[in-house]
Design a protein around this ligand. Structure first.
Ligand code: CAA
Length: 258
């Protein structure tokens, strides 16, 4: 497996576990972290043996944001010229499912990366926030857009304008996270959910992900048509035949990904 500087990558059966590993900076997301994540996510997407991925951090911090020390000296020409943060679109282009397992701080870019995931599982210690306004800036990795879609205008606006943190219970009731679990069991639970997803028919997993994401990009009518076309398309797969035969025969399906 490739060597990475800022993340740890482990494969457990069909699940890839990626752990952010810059404890000295509370997993602040610098350019090397982005390069490592782009490579690890591309390797995951290309590997037929891997069916789900979990991205996590440490007990104290999922990630405390983009690396302020790396950004602080930059000017407009460098930021605009390098399309700073543009590389995250390679992470969000991942076709296969991935989950963010968040304990501790998920602030600024940390909250934004968690929101790039297909869903967030939160430890009861998780704290989410977009505190960029306190640095004289704004979210830059999609936070204003994804937070508004996740929790609605009022709460997103309040979070961005005040920089206050949301705890795990509030994040769950606001719809930002799928579920909250005790911190000590976060990774086990995330790996269990990931293993359950990994055991599904692979093409159906991608299709389900694509159609839920389409809900945020299209009108209702276009989204419903997109859903129906993908549903129709799956009737051209071996796994649809197998899945429905397995149901009738009262046995688990055996998927080929074809
Ligand atoms: N960038 C760079 N370094 C960071 C960092 C960040 N985002 N967050 C923490 N660190 C570093 C600290 O500088 C410190 O390093 P030193 O020991 O060398 O001083 C180390 O991590 C530990 O941090 P603290 O001593 O501050 O830890 P704490 O427990 O007292 O506080 C915290 C924790 C409340 C999360 C605090 O570290 C903090 O407020 N961090 C910054 C949060 C933030 O503003 N994030 C947004 C960044 S901008 C952004 O993300 C833009 C975007 O939209 C993409």
């Amino acid at each position: 497996m490739a060597e990475y500087e800022t993340i740890l990558v482990e494969r457990r059966d069909a699940v890839t576990l990626v752990t952010l590993n810059r404890p000295q900076a509370l997993n602040a997301l610098n350019s090397q972290v982005l390069a490592d994540l782009i490579a690890a996510f591309a390797a995951y997407d290309a590997d037929d043996s891997q069916r789900c991925l979990v991205l996590t951090g440490s007990e104290k911090a999922f990630a405390a944001g983009a690396d302020i020390k790396e950004m602080s000296g930059q000017g407009f020409a460098e930021m605009y010229g390098s399309n700073f943060f543009g590389g995250w679109e390679k992470v969000t282009a991942t076709r296969k499912p991935w989950i963010a397992a968040v304990a501790g701080y998920a602030l600024g870019g940390g909250c934004e990366v968690a929101m790039m995931a297909d869903f967030i599982l939160a430890a009861d210690s998780a704290k989410f926030g977009q505190p960029e306004i306190k640095l004289g800036v704004t979210p830059g990795m999609g936070g204003s857009q994804r937070l508004a879609r996740a929790v609605g205008k009022s709460k997103a606006m309040e979070m961005c304008l005040t920089g206050r943190m949301m705890d795990a219970a509030e994040a769950e009731s606001a719809g930002l996270v799928a579920r909250v679990v005790p911190a000590a069991g976060l990774i086990d639970e995330a790996m269990k959910v990931a293993a359950a997803i990994a055991a599904m028919a692979p093409l159906a997993a991608i299709a389900n992900k694509e159609m839920v994401n389409a809900a945020f990009e299209t009108t209702l009518a276009q989204g419903v048509t997109f859903e129906r076309r993908l549903f129709h398309g799956l009737f051209g797969t071996e796994d649809q035949k197998e899945g429905m035969a397995a149901f009738v025969e009262k046995r688990p399906g055996k998927w080929t990904g074809k």
